[in-house]
Design a protein around this ligand. Structure first.
Ligand SMILES: [Zn+2]
Length: 301
């Protein structure tokens, strides 16, 4: 892992797979924007903070995914820092039972085992109509971009650097991603379009890139997600249950689903595309002899 300067007081930790931005309040005090993944990144992040003698004064999170909030509790305990997050995401992370609301296909014990590192106490719950937040005496602008997760937001530092979290993915990720995640794809696509209006000096994409201009990246992201939905539409034959579609998609995308846990994650990813196709009228849902079955209506836009 290494530290990269993005602009003025805005930096990021390059963990290899992710950029975790931070804003320097002073030589030794920082505000982190997201905290990374516990299992694979805690040791490295800890090392970077120690090497530089940084004290974490505050944490602002874009959304409650395990690779973005995984070290919240750990860092809060270590540095006594405040945590700010969109209210809904903060409440999801407030207990294992609340996390189960989000990961509802897994048992409570499985949720604790797989997502326990997400549990944390959020001090500042950010509401959907708040467009600014003050943490550690520094004001950050907020852009609400729901869709990838229920209350995902982007954060703009005082250096006019926008941290986009997972609102966009980089070209490198597009090359490798078979079925990138969106909680509600219709909303996610709207949020991506909203990003055309930004005029920041730099843009940080969590997985992973720093851009001067994101116009083309937004357009390419929208096409990429829509193409994935079309590919899933093409895998549907006649009328199929969700299980049938899952099976067809596993073959079509050559997904390696070798555990119950992986199956649950993949199913959650697939469901958002199926829901998108349903919501946009490309497929419809019927009851057939007690089974819920999806069938095609027309090709997606
Ligand atoms: Zn995410």
């Amino acid at each position: 892992m290494k530290v990269k300067r993005v602009k003025d007081n805005t930096f990021c930790i390059d963990t290899g797979m992710t950029y975790i931005p931070f804003y320097k309040i002073s030589d030794k005090e920082i505000i982190m924007l997201d905290t990374g993944w516990a299992e694979g990144e805690r040791k490295g992040i800890d090392g970077i903070l120690q090497e530089n003698g940084f004290k974490v004064k505050g944490i602002i999170c874009t959304h409650a995914h395990i690779d973005h909030v995984g070290n919240n509790s750990y860092l809060k305990e270590k540095y006594g820092c405040v945590i700010a997050m969109p209210a809904y995401e903060g409440l999801i992370c407030s207990s294992a039972i609340n996390l189960k609301l989000y990961y509802n296909s897994q048992t409570l014990s499985e949720v604790k085992e797989h997502f326990g590192s997400m549990i944390c106490k959020t001090d500042i719950l950010i509401l959907n109509d708040e467009d600014r937040i003050n943490v550690g005496g520094i004001e950050f602008k907020l852009i609400h971009t729901p869709g990838h997760s229920p209350a995902h937001m982007c954060i703009v530092t005082p250096d006019n650097v926008a941290y986009l979290g997972d609102a966009l993915i980089s070209y490198e990720v597009m090359k490798g991603a078979k079925m990138p995640y969106a909680y509600i794809l219709t909303e996610d696509l709207k949020s991506k379009k909203k990003l055309y209006d930004l005029s920041c000096s730099k843009y940080i994409v969590a997985h992973k890139g720093i851009f001067d201009d994101i116009t083309k990246l937004i357009t390419d992201n929208i096409h990429f997600y829509r193409n994935r939905a079309r590919k899933i539409y093409n895998a549907i034959e006649d009328s199929m249950t969700m299980e049938n579609i899952m099976n067809a998609v596993i073959k079509e995308f050559t997904l390696h689903v070798n555990s119950k846990y992986k199956y649950a994650i993949m199913k959650k990813m697939l469901e958002s595309y199926v829901e998108y196709l349903n919501e946009t009228g490309a497929i419809k849902l019927n009851i057939d002899s007690g089974f819920l079955k999806y069938s095609k209506v027309h090709s997606p836009d």
